[in-house]
Design a protein around this ligand. Sequence first.
Ligand code: DAT
Ligand code: MG
Length: 140
Amino acid sequence: MAVERTLSILKPDATGRNLTGAINTLIEKAGLRIVAQKRVVWTKAQAQKFYAEHKGRPFFDELCSFMTSGPIVVQVLQGKDAIATYRKLMGATNPDEAKRGTIRKRFAESKGRNSVHGSDSVASATREIALNFKSAEIVG
Ligand code: DAT
Ligand code: MG
């Protein structure tokens, strides 16, 4: 059980419904510590760079439009096995397939408007954290 950091994003559907506090409570109850957090609006270029692995997929343009449609809260979460712990708390991409008690089961509106992002590996966490935070902004 390694102490890890992962990048979390509360997406525009979540900020739009004022769910930041409710989701943060679930994050903290799961034993993860929010060691960096800011509310921002991404440019289209920032969204396209962040989601570069999905370029060419049919949902790519919709995804980048959605992620720039309103404020997002970007966070660094720290804790034991933070990457897998947060993926489990988030639930499946499609809320219809997400398990009871997960963030997406509780809050997601659809496969696209699914409330949260979480890094899926150590390599993507490292990349995604560096894209969004300077090291001095992360206070563990
Ligand atoms: P996850 O966010 O669970 O890691 P992903 O990396 O496969 O899922 O996709 C990134 C985001 O793209 C996902 O959270 C929502 C959107 N997305 C994925 N597949 C989609 C689809 N079939 N239709 C609409 N949006 C989709
Ligand atoms: Mg993903």
